[in-house]
Design a protein around this ligand. Sequence first.
Ligand code: 5RP
Length: 219
Amino acid sequence: MTQDELKKKVAEAALDYVKGVSILGVGTGSTVNHFIDLLADLKGDIEGAVSSSINSSERLKKIGIPVLELNDAGDLDVYIDGADEVNPAFQMIKGGGAALTREKIIAGASRKFVCIVDQSKYVDVLGKFPLPVEVIPMARSYVAREIVKLGGQPQWREGCVTDNGGQILDVYNLSIVNPPELERTLNNIPGVITVGIFALRPADVVLLGSETGVRTLKP
Ligand code: 5RP
């Protein structure tokens, strides 16, 4: 099975978590795109979705699912999103698709975070995938220097402007042995909008797509 087929399989499995949910949180990325496409069949049951990116919003609208503002929707029952890496504590690296800030907001506002990934994303220690950090543009070089002091090698994702007008630094070679601590440390650098470590609010359920089927991991 190709990686994309595995992504589709976990997206299908995530449908079980939206039954009976009227407003759901929807993330961003190729795995979530499969999930959105599958939502078309359930659209009569869904009042609307809060989306973590312009891309996902457009895809949702195309299939007739209203996109709601989080400010109007309040807390959500469930949030479905992918990840770039996830560890056994369900802590994640996210932001490969540059939507990390809105993703973190919706994850925080959701009672259940269902993370949908293919097995290649499941790792013992986070950090092989370069860590995305969204920054205020004027702070980019300063934040990069501070990250170097912490042992990381930041690289500007040139040409990428986030939905919030931010820029992205992808940080290589960070040893993320204590994800919550590093999340806090990086969050505290002035100019950082969001760090792509999702450890202070990890996932609640991980659906892992593998050749042998979809495994449901619970803490
Ligand atoms: C976007 C994300 C995505 O969840 C992450 O990049 C995974 O993407 P994909 O499903 O395409 O592999 O964090 O900011």
